[in-house]
Write a protein that binds this ligand. Sequence first.
Ligand code: SAM
Length: 466
Amino acid sequence: MSTYLPAALLSSLQGLPGFEQSAFIAVHEAGERVTSLRLNHAKLQAPGKTEAVLEALSPAAPVTRVPWAQHGYYLPQRPSFTLDPFFHAGAYYVQEASSMFLEHAIRQTCDLAQPLKVLDLCAAPGGKSTLLQSVISADSLLVANEVIRARAGMLADNISRWGAANVVVTNNDPRDMARLPGFFDVMVVDAPCSGSGLFRREPEAVAEWSPENVALCCQRQQRILADAWPALRDGGILIYSTCSYSKEEDEDIMDWIVSSLEAENIPIPIDPSWNIVTTRSDKRNCEGYRFYPDKVQGEGLFIACFRKTGGDTWQQKKQRDTLSALPKKDREKLQPWVRDLDQYFVMEHQGEAIILPPAVTAAVAVLQQQLYLRKAGVKAGQLTAKELAPDHQLAMSTLLPPTIQEVALTLTQALQYLRKEDPALPVAMKGWALMQYGQMPLGWAKILLNRINNYYPKELRILKEI
Ligand code: SAM
């Protein structure tokens, strides 16, 4: 018997595909910590950058690849991410490896070359959203939604750090999505769940597990899916996942989806060497995929894919909703700050300039009318009468031109900067400068005659001492 896994959980898992009690208990008791992350390839285009980031993360031993994610890696040891400036530069997202399987699921079910509108309904803190952003095309739009306000803030920070312009962060209840009938091509529902899949990583979460909570989670999962369902277009793709092993939240939800919503299950090919377990639902024979930590290098996960077979297709109204464009004279102030500015739409919102790909502006205009937008695109900065005061989002973005003045920091200086101290730097320049570490931007500083003002956002600063 296990010293900490609930007996009621273990007995409820008996007979489920792939469940082997002794191996399952042993892997939990061993408490091994698997560390994995996904690189942000959009920020690592220059030759040697990927290698530099991986070398800094694991100088002594080689990293290995996560088989189902193009930019996913396992680290042999867990470094201090807080004290790695590349983490703060958005060079990677620390993500549990099983979750990265979403990449395989979306590649198998969607034509990612198309411009897609993708909703990540339960998105905070942003692991799956950053992955989705990396696989969709530049003229696609990702809507990363989180219902809990404080968590939506965390999600917005992680999305900003990721640096892409084709993302909107919303803070809405799933039922609000019904205002957008047939709007989305893809909907990812990484549902709140009883969380047993994370018990190896977070043994303290075991105390919150109970059969009653599994039943409550199952009800809530149905409600979330039913509430948001109208927003998926006819023929659109639903990807449903949990980090629970419980059948009530996994196979039974698959049955509920095809019985209660107009949907068909989509099986996807799985490489047998991955050791992912294929499972089927009792009533409708739907196929889903189970990840067990005694079989894969990752935590517990369940995932399944569906196609909607009815419902609405979004009718775009003749630009009744439009975004307010930044006036031409102000737009000129942005020229030195944004690479290929002509290729972007610049929106004006409360004195700030916000950059969006033109392909997504009609959709963003609709969202602005219907949902609470926490963040859209990349905020370039505040416009004053004379200039643009650049925003941290711009420093984190992939939009910066190579002509911006930069200050290369050492590791010690980079950590001082990230703690919001003012590093004493003998620099012979004036004005706004991008603070960089290993050629990756960390944020802005304003260099004056005899001092440097650190513009790193206070709420993001490192509090931890070495
Ligand atoms: N997708 C995220 C990621 O990969 O980083 C993790 C999402 S977590 C499993 C589930 C999320 O659902 C949490 O952020 C939680 O706040 C949110 N949530 C909780 N109750 C909800 C509800 N009733 N409707 C929608 N989302 C809810």
